[in-house]
Write a new protein. Structure first.
Lengths: 121, 150
């Protein structure tokens, strides 16, 4: 059960996108995230540092072919925070929508309008 | 907290875009599916050989080869996909495994040369075709699993 909860760390646009991508895969490599986001290496490092400090992502470095590849994954805490944040955004977005028009409410509106018209005359 | 409708829509759209860009990245290189197909096909051919001494080395080659190819594919893609992303990809993966098992069983049950080579060819081509179907299915499953309401 996901509890809708606004999370100011996750709400930052690029951090939100990183969490969204990580929520759909088990792990993502640093360069894959960088290419998908279209940001430079230092910027992505900064975003990942912020998420790591919040305890939302974990990174692991694996040497392969003479290079060290950094793999990033969402922690259970990060997944909960992200899904709670999305639930809260969806809740807020739903609250902002105009109420659906039902035949009953339309009839009530018409009756109110008629009453107001009659009282004004 | 105050947030305008524009901010909310923008945030939810950013989430969908991020998942969409991730789904667009998922495509295995050509060698991956041909490699898997070749590994299955060699095992099918070995089943048609009378001498059972090759069954174990062939099975080991199949398992180790698939593991190495999977690691190479993961590094190439830069992503590790979870075991379950949706029924379409699970179905494609299930069909691929079933095809491989059927071809191996056919070659072991009726070890005539023509039938064994036919089963190996079906295993090779079928693995490539179903592998590509799996790529498309996993991308579709990820795209459909967007988080914002539409």
């Amino acid at each position: 059960m996901i509890t809708p909860r606004f999370d100011s760390t996750v709400h930052t646009p690029n951090l939100l996108r990183i969490c969204a991508m990580l929520s759909k895969v088990s792990e993502a490599e640093f360069s894959a995230l960088r290419d998908a986001l279209g940001v430079a290496d230092p910027a992505l490092s900064k975003y990942l540092k912020a998420l790591t400090e919040a305890g939302y992502v974990r990174t692991s470095k694996l040497p392969l072919g003479g290079r060290r590849h950094t793999w990033v994954s969402l922690t259970p805490q990060g997944r909960t925070a992200f899904l709670g944040h999305i639930a809260e955004l969806n809740r807020l977005a739903a609250d902002e929508l105009p109420p659906p028009r039902t035949p009953t409410s339309s009839a009530a509106t018409r009756n109110t309008a008629t009453t107001a018209e009659a009282s004004s005359t | 907290m105050e947030s305008s409708g524009h901010d909310l829509d923008g945030s939810l759209a950013a989430v969908d875009d991020a998942i969409g860009s991730l789904a667009a990245r998922i495509s295995a290189p050509r060698w991956y599916h041909w490699g898997i197909g070749a590994l299955v096909a060699q095992h099918v051919v070995v089943q048609g050989v009378d001498d059972r001494i090759w069954t174990l080395p062939s099975g080991a080659l199949l398992v180790v080869g698939c593991a190495i190819l999977w690691l190479a594919w993961r590094t190439h893609l830069g992503l590790t996909i979870g075991a379950w992303e949706g029924w379409r990809s699970a179905l494609a993966l299930g069909c691929r495994s079933l095809l491989a098992l059927t071809c191996v069983w056919t070659a072991a049950r009726w070890p005539q040369q023509g039938l064994v080579l036919g089963a190996a060819a079906v295993a090779l081509v079928g693995s490539v075709w179903l592998g590509r179907r799996y790529d498309r299915a996993i991308a579709a499953d990820l795209s459909r699993a967007r988080l914002a309401p539409r």
